[in-house]
Structures are given as C-alpha cells and as structure tokens.
Design a protein around this ligand. Structure first.
Ligand SMILES: [Zn+2]
Length: 359
C-alpha cells in the first residue's frame, strides 16, 4: 500500500536540493511586497497567489518556469526580508519532518537595493539560525545549511565561490551553479569550481535537467562536482532492451560506480517538461539500478510540493515502501556536505531508529 504524505511527514527526512526563493509562504510574499512597495505581484491575496504560482507553472519549459522567481526575488531585497524568509523556510522544513537540509540561493540576485553579498548571506544564515532555534524549542530539531548558487547566465561565479568558502564555518555547506542550462555549459565556470576544489570545499551543479549528457559529463569530469543537481538526463546513457535488461553507457556506469548522488526532483521535472508525469520519471528505474538516488523538492512554492508529498507521490507511482524511504533518506544523509561523524551520528541517532520503529 502506498504511503500517504501524513505518514511520510512523521518520518525523519533529508533534503539536499531546495531553493530558498522557490519556497516562500504566499502570505509572506504578499506582506513583504506591501512592506517594500513591490507592485508587480500578479495576485494580491495569498490564496490566489499560491494558485497562480502553481497553475502558472508551465509544463514545458525551464526558461518560462524560472519567470515565477521574478516575484519571489523581487520581495527578497532587504536584510529583514531575507532573514524572515530563511527563518520561515527552516520552520516549514522542520514541520515537514526534515532533520537535515541544504537550502540554496544565489546571493547575487539580492543586491538590487544596495546590500553587499556578505550582508545578503549573513541575513540568510541569521534567519536559518533563528528558525533552527524555534524548531529545537518545538522539539522538532533540524539542521539547515546553505549552498551558495552562482547564476550560470552571469559572470560572478568565482566571486560567489570565494564567498561560499569564506563562510564555510558559519553554515555554508558548499557551492552550486544554477539557472537556465541550454547555452551555458558548466565549463564556463571552471575557475569557480577549481577554486572550491582547491580549498577542499564542496560543490554540486545543476546539470542534466533541461540539457543532456554533455552537461553531466562536463560537471563531473571538468568541474569535479561531487553531486548532480537533477542529473536526470543520465537516463539517456542507459539502454533498456525489450526484455527489460538494461545496459549502462560509460558515463552512466561512472556515475553509478562512483556513487555520485543524483539530486532528483520529480514534480519539478514534470513542470519544466523533462518528463510527462511522476510515474514516467526515470527515478523509478534509477532506484532499481541502485544509483545514489535522492528525492528533493526543488521549488516547493512553484511546484506545490513538500518533501513528504513528493515522497508519497513516488511511493504511489513506484510502489515504494518504508524500506525504500529509509534507503533514500540514508542515501541523502551520506551525500550531504557535512562532516562524516555528524552524518553518521544523525543516521544512527535519528534516522535508523525512527524507520525501524515505523517498520
Ligand atoms: Zn534546482
């Protein structure tokens, strides 16, 4: 029997791919727009706005999907607004039963009203600290860390990589490159990735979402990314024969052999037109083939999902049970950019006991 979202919400979960500017509460967007004089919201009530984000989420195109971010980023231009959004994000993730999250955002998108990159990042880190403290007080502890994204369409990636490295001891987990993929190959940001690597720091990279294998290959073999943001197009390197036998190409074999984590986001991929439905999503096959699969939300607001709803949807589509969710959660925890002993402690103290009890 498939697990429903309520049952999944009660289990400890780990989230590695979630965008801060893709997960605002609709009511917060309305209030922040009011406070800062942002006039371009398509709807004025939180309910209508929530529906707008989801119904306006196009079904066929990443570039158009990204347009919704104009409004969320538009109201995240002051330190107070960034702090609030980050605090609420930590609270919402904790309410969903998440015990560890890496939330990403692009500091360079939040300087329209004069904030410096450092001020942007510090406000978000502050907000996460406050949210974590509130979650702890409510007996729903969560660890939330930051991934600093650079926009692949811009030319600030080296600066953002250096910023991320400077704040590694203040809650920054690693570096990422995000944004429209076609025409902006990962190798345009080689300096940034090599700077991160030479500092013994961590990087993931949006690759193999709208664009195919060359992007994944560059991310791994040129940029040395440790995880793949999406990476779903690795399916293009897996042949499924009529009898159901599968054959992995060299790149897919490399990804599986090296246990490279795939930050898969099923519903988001439906909304951006990568796949037609969650049931059609390669995550079912990739899980069966034992790739290092993780399940993620990408943009909770734009896709109208939580991690629990996403896992419940997968449970329904692929017949996943508690043991699958346990495997996925441990996969995600093992793949986090967090020290080994911390990961192990959370797996042994929080994750395994809860799944054993639920099973
Ligand atoms: Zn993403």
């Amino acid at each position: 029997m498939p697990l429903d979202a309520t049952a999944v919400a009660a289990l400890p979960k780990v989230l590695l791919h979630d965008h801060l500017d893709g997960g605002l509460r609709p009511a917060t967007i309305v209030e922040l727009a009011d406070e800062c004089g942002y006039r371009d919201l398509p709807e004025s009530s939180p309910e209508a706005l929530a529906a707008w984000f989801v119904s306006e989420t196009p079904r066929s195109d990443l570039v158009r999907y990204l347009e919704g971010f104009k409004h969320t980023v538009g109201v995240m231009q002051t330190a107070d607004a960034l702090r609030r959004v980050a605090r609420e994000c930590a609270e919402d993730l904790s309410t969903d039963g998440i015990v560890y999250a890496e939330v990403r955002f692009a500091p360079e998108l939040h300087i329209e009203q004069g904030l410096r990159l450092e001020q942007v990042l510090e406000a978000v880190l502050d907000g996460f600290s406050a949210g974590m403290a509130e979650a702890q007080a409510a007996d729903r502890p969560i660890v939330v860390r930051v991934l600093c994204s650079a926009m692949r369409t811009a030319a600030r990636s080296l600066e953002i990589a250096e910023l991320a490295i400077r704040y590694r001891d203040q809650g920054v987990a690693g570096f990422d490159v995000a944004g429209a993929e076609a025409g902006y190959p990962p190798t345009q940001h080689l300096d940034a990735f090599h700077t991160v690597q030479r500092a013994n720091f961590h990087s993931t990279l949006h690759a193999g979402e709208a664009f195919g294998l060359p992007s994944i290959w560059e991310a791994l073999q040129w940029c040395n990314a440790e995880r793949l943001g999406h990476g779903v197009r690795i399916i293009d390197d897996i042949a499924v024969k009529p009898d159901g036998e599968t054959e992995l190409g060299l790149l897919a074999g490399y990804v599986r052999d090296r246990r490279i984590p795939l930050e898969l986001c099923p519903t988001s991929n439906v909304h951006t037109g990568v796949v037609r439905s969650v049931a059609d999503h390669p995550i079912g096959l990739l899980r069966r083939l034992q790739f290092r699969v993780t399940v993620n939300t990408d943009n909770r607001l734009m896709s109208g999902v939580t991690l629990s709803s996403e896992l419940a949807r997968c449970s329904e589509a692929f017949g996943w049970d508690i043991s699958d969710l346990r495997w996925l959660t441990i996969n995600a925890m093992k793949s986090a950019f967090w020290p080994f002993d911390d990961r192990l402690a959370l797996i042994n103290s929080a994750i395994k006991p809860a799944y054993d009890a639920a099973a």
